[in-house]
Design a protein around this ligand. Structure first.
Ligand SMILES: Cc1ncc(C[n+]2csc(CCOP(=O)(O)OP(=O)(O)O)c2C)c(N)n1
Ligand SMILES: [Mg+2]
Length: 585
């Protein structure tokens, strides 16, 4: 019996690593791989319409499960389409392996049909990108690539000429399952002691949390209770820390709200926990200590008094016994009051006539969505105003997930992210919050959803505009230009693709339409016609920006609401005396 082909060997290694599916579009150089998948047990090919969507889908799967996910593109254009989704995965630090098939190895360098140089192409969006030029490199290189994706957190690319994939393998495949779960990083004792000293010496400490607080809710709450610390978060930290959080002061950044900015600026000490929050202008640039498992991040956003190299959970568990209980909780109380006031202020602007406002206020849609969605729903969020609506209205429960292209910031991510999320979690409600611009950009994926009968729920915020850019132009003092689309009935288009759909033009119909769609067993799309002028403003903008905004948008609604966060803020303050009573003097 002859050995398996190199392609078959590769697929076997992927199966051993727990890979269940490969997203992609076929093409001649990929055929040996697709054929190997066809004959293998427990791994399938998910045919998408654009390789970009395949890469996004793999990114979402990897993001939600923490496990390796795989996408593929055929040589030349099939490769270049992958790039957007791979950048997204790489920036989000999620383990994705891309199988980039390549022109015949004997033609490399001749200007052959569809020739590109994938090893150069993918360098910036991967930790690892290597050419497999002969079967004898396998299966080792497949395992090395997997280890780079999993071990470093991000993208690995295997460049695979079609002829090499066809050839017989030369080495046994083996049973070696590579490492698929990483260990925790624990800081050195000296750093723990110094962290404790600084926390004890400061009168007031604010905690600012990023995605790195995943799994450390209990520890962060315990630290906040000892220090009477306000707890703010970045967009990526929100899903992990805002629920059951009596210290919540909201979010910082361009999409931010509440008292987070003031709490981070007015504290004696700011403790950054697992965050690489990119907007340095929103950080105080002084009195800061950073805890992170990735030592390359220290100090790149702000000068640091101390860097602590460790996972947030492991670090806090080590430091908590050394932290003294503070007695004065006046700073926390002041920040909680300020937070409530800030939220009440925006809600006043938002709530005016909201249930009758035409076109429908997007905030209203987001609020209804929050109410109707399951407790453990996965939300995938398009880049654009949907980011704002998700940040302000989707209430974290500790079980819900909210993912988006939060670091790469690409449009059109939500629908393909939803595809990957739904295939990874078939039983879970997956909701794509799609902008009309985003949906239009990767429209073909509606056909993917219909073809595979993937039961995602797509909610379009159909404002006939590139709304986020409309806002940016106003803030910068530019008149709005090239930001508007002609109205489109996306429900009709979805219906034509075989997807259950509802078009909503009246606010009174929003809730029923969402409820009906969510009950539907297959894929469903709710096309909500929303107001392009419902604009959100960041809590801290520069004088120049205000001037520009005032010039261009004097009649625009300035602020968005904040959904159930107002209730949370009220409850936290109501309970505050209880906290005080429980606190030893
Ligand atoms: C691929 C890509 N192109 C352009 C942009 C710049 N951009 C960011 S948001 C946005 C508008 C998004 O419009 P839409 O999806 O309709 O959402 P809305 O803001 O209207 O809710 C644009 C053009 C981007 N982030 N990504
Ligand atoms: Mg839009």
């Amino acid at each position: 019996m002859s050995n398996p082909t190199t392609a078959e060997q590769l697929i076997e290694v992927l199966r051993q690593a727990g890979v269940k599916r490969i997203y992609g579009v076929i093409g001649d150089s990929l055929n040996p791989i697709v054929d190997a998948v066809r004959r293998a047990e427990g791994i399938e090919w998910i045919l998408v319409r654009n390789e970009e969507a395949g890469a996004f889908a793999a990114a979402a799967e990897a993001h939600l499960t923490g496990q390796l996910a795989v996408c593929a593109g055929s040589c030349g254009p099939g490769n270049t389409h992958l790039i957007q989704g791979l950048y997204d995965a790489q920036r989000s630090g999620v383990p994705v392996l891309a199988l980039a098939s390549h022109i015949p190895s004997t033609q490399i360098g001749t200007g052959f049909f569809q020739e590109t140089h994938p090893e150069r192409l993918f360098v910036e969006c991967s930790h690892y990108c290597e050419l497999v030029s002969q079967p004898s490199q396998m299966p080792r290189l497949a395992r090395v690539a997997i280890q780079h994706a999993v071990g470093r957190g991000g993208v690995a690319v295997l460049v695979l000429p079609g002829d090499v994939l066809h050839r017989e393998s030369e080495h046994p495949t083996g049973e070696n399952v590579p490492l698929t779960e990483k260990g925790a990083v624990v800081p050195p004792n000296r750093q723990i002691r110094e962290l404790a000293e600084r926390l004890n010496a400061a009168n007031t400490v604010t905690l600012f949390c990023g995605a790195g607080v995943e799994g450390a809710h209990v520890e962060v709450m315990a630290l906040a209770a000892k220090l009477h610390s306000p707890v703010g978060h970045s967009l990526r930290g929100k899903e992990w820390i805002q629920y059951n959080n009596r210290f919540d002061v909201g979010m910082s950044g361009l999409l931010g709200y509440g008292a987070c900015y003031d709490a981070t600026h007015q504290a004696d000490l700011l403790l950054l926990l697992g965050t690489d929050f990119p907007y340095d202008a929103f950080l105080p640039q002084a009195r800061t200590v950073q805890v992170d498992h990735d030592a390359t991040r220290f100090g790149r956003r702000t000068p640091l008094d101390l860097a602590v190299h460790g996972d947030v959970g492991a670090t806090l568990r080590a430091v908590l016994p050394l932290v003294e209980q503070k007695s004065d909780n006046g700073f926390l109380e002041r920040m909680l009051r300020e937070h409530l006031k800030a939220l009440e202020h925006v809600v006043e602007a938002y709530s005016h006539n909201i249930e009758h406002h035409l076109p429908i206020h997007p905030e209203y849609v987001a609020r209804m969505l929050d109410e109707v969605a399951a407790d453990d729903a996965v939300f995938t969020v398009d880049t654009g105003m949907c980011n704002v609506w998700a940040a302000r209205y989707i209430t974290p429960t500790g079980k819900r997930r909210v993912i988006g292209s939060f670091l790469h910031g690409s449009m059109a991510n939500a629908l393909p992210h939803a595809i990957g999320a739904q295939l990874a979690y078939p039983g879970r409600q997956v909701i794509s919050m799609s902008g009309d611009g985003g949906l239009g950009m990767l429209f073909g994926e509606l056909l993917t959803v219909a073809f595979h009968d993937i039961p995602v729920k797509i909610v379009t915020f159909n404002n006939s505009a590139l709304g986020m850019i409309k806002l940016e132009m106003m803030v910068d003092g530019f008149p709005s230009y090239q930001t508007d689309f002609a109205p489109v009935d996306y429900a009709a288009i979805a219906k034509a693709a075989g997807i259950f759909s509802v078009r909503v033009e009246q606010p009174v119909d929003v809730r029923a339409a969402l409820t009906e769609a969510f009950k539907h067993r297959g894929p469903a799309l709710v096309d909500v016609v929303t107001d392009p002028n419902a604009l959100s403003m960041p809590p801290h903008i520069t004088g120049e920006q205000v001037k520009g905004f005032a010039l261009a948008a004097s009649k625009t609604v300035l602020t968005g609401g904040v959904g159930q966060m107002l209730e949370l803020a009220r409850t936290n303050l109501r309970n505050f005396p209880v906290i005080r009573a429980l606190t030893p003097a």
